[in-house]
Design a protein around this ligand. Structure first.
Ligand SMILES: Nc1nc2c(ncn2[C@@H]2O[C@H](COP(=O)(O)OP(=O)(O)OP(=O)(O)O)[C@@H](O)[C@H]2O)c(=O)[nH]1
Ligand SMILES: [Mg+2]
Length: 277
């Protein structure tokens, strides 16, 4: 990333609007340094709109340029070129003064796996130049995509940092699909997700899976509490394993798929000012 930075004019930092804390590389400020940066809150259509507004305020308050986008529908993506020009206005004026009129802006697109970097680039370019699929680790190498005479974007492979700050960050990245499922215990993950949804979006959970959330027992672990909910959801959907017991394995898959595909509705799991523990 550092070598590529020298070759670009700006960085577009794509973050997942549902998990704006966990989906940011903790070293990004140091890595990007003084290079102009635009924070792109992607997947905004999957996140809570009030939370999106709060995050936009938050980043602007930190002096950063922000754009809310949904690369799947294209919403907000067309504002990128203007936002980039505004971010680079001093640079563009310098180029003009040197007679470098029409020099294209080069932007590097970075972010965690599966956040939507390639889809975002394809939207901007209005064609499928970069391979994009519904799983992490699709983009393997770097690729320049020329949007038009004035803009070129560098697609990069998604990056996960070697150590997560804490367990919650790892869970949130896993829920949203930034981490490959085959390296995880999907049932355990779904139990944690159930417990988080019960805390943040109880009505959604109760309606969608036709269950009642019981009060969490004193000292009960999130995983155990979530397991009870997963079992209830499996029962509600008539999912039974061989022995007749609730098929929590299958329900775990379904829960994660429904979160990722948006069937659970718009939800945000992290809020400005919150401390991740
Ligand atoms: N709902 C929704 N889906 C999105 C959005 N952006 C991307 N996607 C979907 O998310 C999946 C991953 O998109 P990619 O563009 O391949 O993600 P990436 O960041 O390039 O992923 P890697 O190359 O693996 O790092 C695709 O199925 C996209 O259609 C978005 O804003 N909203
Ligand atoms: Mg990609």
């Amino acid at each position: 990333m550092e070598a590529d930075l020298a070759r670009v004019d700006m960085v577009a930092e794509l973050i997942d609007a549902r998990i704006p804390i966990s989906s940011r590389n903790p070293d990004i400020d140091v890595l990007v340094g003084k290079k102009p940066r635009l924070v792109v809150l992607n997947r905004a259509g999957q996140a809570d709109s009030d939370a999106n507004a709060a995050w936009t305020d938050y980043f602007q308050g930190q002096g950063m340029a922000v754009l809310e986008t949904d690369s799947k529908t294209g919403r907000g993506v067309d504002r990128f070129a203007a936002a980039a020009r505004s971010l680079l206005r001093e640079q563009l004026a310098r180029w003009q003064a040197k007679g470098q009129v029409g020099r294209p802006v080069r932007a590097m697109v970075v972010g965690v796996p599966n956040v939507g970097k390639s889809t975002f680039i394809n939207r901007l370019a209005r064609r499928r130049s970069a391979k994009a699929e519904d799983r992490p680790g699709v983009t393997r190498g770097k690729q320049w995509v020329v949007v038009d005479a004035g803009l070129a974007l560098l697609d990069t492979p998604g990056i996960l940092w070697p150590r997560f700050e804490n367990e919650r960050v790892g869970l949130h990245l896993a829920y949203t699909g930034a981490v490959k499922d085959d390296v995880m215990d999907v049932e355990g993950l779904a139990c944690q997700l159930m417990s988080d949804l019960a805390a943040h979006y109880p009505e959604t959970l109760e309606e969608r899976y036709r269950l009642r959330i019981p009060p969490r027992e004193e000292g009960q672990a999130a995983a155990a509490f979530g397991y009870g909910l997963l079992e209830a959801a499996a029962q509600g959907r008539g999912m039974r394993a061989r022995g007749g017991e609730a098929d929590t394995q299958r329900m775990a898959r379904v829960l994660l798929d429904e979160l990722r595909s948006g069937k659970l509705g718009r939800l945000t799991l992290e809020f400005p000012g919150e401390r991740m523990q």
